[in-house]
Design a binder for this molecule. Structure first.
Ligand SMILES: O=P(O)(O)OC[C@H]1O[C@](O)(COP(=O)(O)O)[C@@H](O)[C@@H]1O
Ligand SMILES: [Mg+2]
Ligand SMILES: [Mg+2]
Length: 357
């Protein structure tokens, strides 16, 4: 291995200096998450060889069938957070209610972890990239046991957020509000090593990522935006490229590197949106904003949404700032906003401006 490589552990300790009052609790919490990610990575990598593919036959509170790997990953993260001592509550996609971490080591713990232990479950069995998404808050209450109110905080209150992508390589990408850094797992030493320092998402892009199979059920603004992406217009590098992996982590990771927009709007099946605010939308929005991008529900900033319930959903438009602004303009029925005249002319020519049949 080249000298000069920095491991995640070294980086976290080094960055602790950015927080004058830090006592290392958040550093240790991030360490615990990284340990669980390595264990899950080991199972993902040999998924076809061990009994970890397929359905478990149980259903979570979202009404979704749980995959064996969903539950395995959930157990690994909860156990690492329980034994690590820095977490007092876990809110997980796979658990109906919040989990109180009452282990002896965590009686003074002040951090709350919201987690999607395995993101992209529909891709598990066919060897397509999946991920883990996590969001960390400091508890607000000071006395007694932390409670649901400590979990239902706005995304702006996050102290850290990150994701792990189990893809052709395994990466952990996270932010503590001072930029975004990516680490690649080097299996030969079992360490996440800094590979993508200070990640910045391009201001604009040519990739749009949405499940067009739901097109008929999309809001008018989304239909118009998709048409806008498909217009032939060299001046604005269109038509854009459509890419949809079906794992939020993988689709957003690609856009973070190359530029692009990921949209999961309201649909007939999900009138409130599909993705969950606390452990999918908030953490990804924090990361993308820290990388210079934008994230909204089509009009309001995701991080300003007030959470009301643990598993609440919201629509999401996230990615390169210029593309999100444009999609928002279509959502507000203002197709001209952010458009250059040439494209606008094409849109009129194609009858896009003025409504879709
Ligand atoms: O199949 P659809 O409706 O396009 O939904 C795909 C989306 O749902 C998700 O799989 C939801 O996450 P989970 O797999 O964690 O439930 C996202 O990762 C993905 O972007
Ligand atoms: Mg998910
Ligand atoms: Mg999941």
């Amino acid at each position: 291995m080249n000298s000069g490589v920095k491991t995640l552990g070294q980086f976290i300790i080094e960055k602790q200096a950015d927080f004058p009052y830090a006592k290392g609790e958040l550093s240790r919490l991030l360490r615990d998450i990284a340990i669980a990610a390595k264990i899950v990575n080991r199972e993902v990598n040999k998924a076809g060889l061990v009994d970890i593919l397929g359905d478990l036959g149980t259903t979570n509170i979202q009404g979704e069938g749980q995959k064996k790997l969903d539950v395995y990953a959930n157990e690994q993260f909860i156990s690492a957070l329980s034994s690590g001592g820095e977490c007092c509550i876990v809110a997980s996609e796979e658990n109906d209610d919040i989990i109180y971490i009452d282990s002896a080591v965590s009686h003074n713990a002040k951090y709350i972890v919201c987690i999607d232990p395995l993101d992209g479950s529909s891709n598990i069995d066919c060897n397509v990239a999946v991920g883990t998404i996590f969001s960390i808050y400091r508890r607000k209450s000071t006395n007694g046991r932390a409670a649901l109110e400590d979990v239902l905080q706005k995304g702006t209150e996050q102290v850290a957020a990150g994701y792990v992508i189990y893809g052709s390589s395994t990466m952990l990408v996270y932010t503590t509000g001072k930029g975004v850094n990516g680490f690649t797992l080097d299996p030969s030493i079992g360490e996440f090593c800094l590979s993508h320092p200070e990640l910045k998402i391009p201001e604009d892009g040519t990739i749009y990522s949405i499940n067009e199979g739901n097109y008929v059920h999309f809001p008018e603004g989304v239909k118009k935006y998709i048409k806008h992406c498909q217009v032939e217009d060299a001046g604005t590098r269109r038509p854009y490229t459509s890419r949809y992996i079906g794992s939020m982590v993988a689709d957003i990771h690609r856009n973070l590197i190359k530029g692009g927009i990921y949209i999961y709007p309201t649909t007939a099946a999900s009138p409130g949106g599909k993705l969950r605010l606390l452990y999918e939308c908030n953490p990804m929005a924090f990361i993308v904003e820290q990388a210079g991008g934008k994230a909204s529900d089509g009009s309001s900033r995701i991080l300003d949404i007030d959470p009301v319930t643990l598993h609440q959903r919201c629509p999401i438009f996230i990615g390169s700032a210029r593309m999100v602004r444009q999609a928002e303009a279509f959502m507000q029925g203002n197709a001209a906003a952010g458009q250059d005249t040439q494209a606008e002319a094409r849109l009129e020519e194609l009858g896009i401006i003025g409504g879709i049949d």
